[in-house]
Ligand binder design. Sequence first.
Ligand code: FE2
Ligand code: FE2
Length: 204
Amino acid sequence: MATTTEPKRTAKTSAKDNGKTSNNGTSLGVIAGAAAGGAALGLLAMLGRKAAVQAPSALAGNWDDALKAEHKAVLKVFDTLEATDDKATIRRNMLLAHIKHALVKHAIEEENVIYPALREAGKTEQADELNAEHGYVKQFLYELENMPSTSPKWLEKVKEFRAALEKHIREEEDQLFPELRAQLSEEKNKALTLAMNKEGFKVA
Ligand SMILES: [Fe+2]
Ligand SMILES: [Fe+2]
């Protein structure tokens, strides 16, 4: 009796269990599917955001025009930052973070593509000098991040940073970049533009 009941119960239980498992399996499958969908959407959103960040540079045309547009854009954020008062800490920190992201992306584009092309074109000393100046851009960012943004000294440091950056930009825009562009073939300039946008997209 027990033997007949037992297998029946087991069979029932096991059918129930199977049902549960399959239900769970379905739920898990739905969750996994949704998670994968979510991850895919997340990935698409991230790629979309990156594309949007890199778009102004990619649409600016040749590599030197793109870098010029980025210089102009970051100086505009400096304008906004310099117009803040000592109480606007959150805004100051947000604007500084914006400047940092823009300059880090810009430095990657220049250091990974344009400065090597400058060295290739025989301007090693100038490229090394520009590269060293990028080091001081990071120094300014570090110092500003480690100083209370409520201090009037903070804005003084921002102005010092901007002046150093503008000097660096002048060297690039007025002399080295136009010289490099003129020295290279149309094909090589196109290849540099493509490579530079690729580097920018990675960190956008
Ligand atoms: Fe630079
Ligand atoms: Fe630059």
